[in-house]
Design a protein around this ligand. Structure first.
Ligand code: BTN
Length: 272
C-alpha cells in the first residue's frame, strides 16, 4: 500500500486549532525512514530547533520502549518532535506522562475513548492503539534536548493485543477522525497541550489528569513475590503499589514504588 501524506491538510488542521502556539512546529515529511526519532536527532545536529517535527509514512527500524523494535508498515502514524525542556534528569519521565495525557485527552475530545496503560501506552477497548518513546540528551543533571516519538495504529495491521483506529471507527456509528493528517494534527496538539500543562501548571495538575485516564488503577500485580494493588503514579513516573500481606490479609506499609521498565502490566478491562 502506498500512502501519500498531505502536508497542506495537516497545516490547515494545525492552523485552525492553534491561536497561541506553544511549540513552533516545523514539519519534515518523508515516505520512508529508518526511525523518525533518529531523523530528528540528525536534524538537531544540523541546526534544527525545538519544534522540529518529523513524520514518515513507514519506518524500517522503528524504535520501541526498552530497546524493542516498533514494527512500522505504511498505514500507521509515525512522528517525532524535538523539544528543549530544561528539566532535571530525574524528572525525565514527566515528558512521556505529559505526552500520553495530552494525546489521550485530545482524542477523547473527539469521542475516541482512550485510556493510558502505565507508563506510556495509549489504549482503546483494552488494546494497544499506540505508544510513546522519549529520548533525551543530558548534561550536568539537566535534560537539554529531548525527542518525543509517537506511533499510533491508524490503518496498519496490528498484533492480537493491538487495535487500529480506522477499524475501530468502522465499528462505531461515527467517524470523528477523517484521515491520517487529522490524526497527526490531533497527536501534535496533544503533545503540545501536555507539555504546556506540565510547564505552566506543574506535575501535580498533570498527574491528576493522567491518573484519571490510567486503566491500571486498582489492578493487582506481583512484585518480588509481594502482591500489590496499583494506587497511582509518582511525579517521577514510578508505579505506586499498596502491598498486602496475603497470610494475615493486612496492608503492609510503606507503599512500594516500581520504576518504568521493571514490570509489565496487562491490558486490563477497567474503562475510564
Ligand atoms: C512503545 O514501545 O510503546 C513506544 C513506541 C514508539 C514508536 C514511535 S514511532 C515514531 C517514533 N520513531 C521511532 O523510532 N519510535 C517512535
Amino acid at each position: 500500500m502506498t500512502v501519500k501524506f498531505n502536508q497542506q491538510s495537516l497545516e490547515n488542521y494545525l492552523d485552525s486549532a492553534r491561536k497561541y502556539p506553544y511549540l513552533p512546529f516545523s514539519l519534515h515529511i518523508f515516505d520512508s525512514l529508518p526511525s523518525t526519532n533518529q531523523k530528528v536527532w540528525e536534524l538537531i545536529e544540523q541546526g534544527e530547533k525545538p519544534g522540529c517535527v518529523v513524520i514518515a509514512t513507514q519506518q524500517t527500524a522503528g524504535r520501541g520502549q526498552w530497546g524493542r523494535q516498533w514494527i512500522s508498515p505504511t498505514g500507521g502514524l509515525y512522528l517525532s518532535v524535538a523539544i528543549a525542556p530544561k528539566l532535571e534528569v530525574i524528572n525525565n519521565y514527566q515528558l512521556t506522562l505529559a505526552s500520553a495525557w495530552g494525546i489521550a485527552s485530545q482524542l477523547r475530545n473527539y469521542g475516541v475513548n482512550l485510556g493510558i496503560k502505565w507508563p506510556n501506552d495509549l489504549v482503546l477497548d483494552s488494546r494497544k492503539l499506540g505508544g510513546i518513546l522519549t529520548e533525551t540528551k543530558v548534561s550536568q543533571g539537566k535534560i537539554h534536548q529531548a525527542v518525543i516519538g509517537v506511533g499510533v495504529n491508524w490503518k496498519n495491521p496490528v498484533p492480537e493485543t493491538g487495535i487500529n483506529l480506522h477499524s475501530w471507527q468502522n465499528h462505531q456509528n461515527f467517524h470523528p477522525i477523517s484521515g491520517l493528517e487529522m490524526l497527526t494534527a490531533t497527536v501534535l496538539l496533544g503533545i503540545e497541550s501536555g507539555l504546556n500543562c506540565l510547564h505552566n501548571e506543574g506535575i501535580s495538575m498533570l498527574l491528576s489528569g493522567y491518573l484519571n485516564l490510567l486503566t491500571n488503577m486498582g489492578e493487582k500485580v506481583y512484585v518480588n513475590n509481594l502482591l500489590g494493588t496499583v494506587i497511582g503514579v509518582s511525579p517521577q513516573g514510578n508505579l505506586r503499589l499498596q502491598v498486602i500481606d496475603e497470610i494475615h490479609n493486612q496492608l503492609i506499609t510503606p507503599e512500594i514504588s516500581v520504576e518504568p521498565g521493571t514490570i509489565s502490566l496487562g491490558y486490563c478491562k477497567n474503562s475510564v
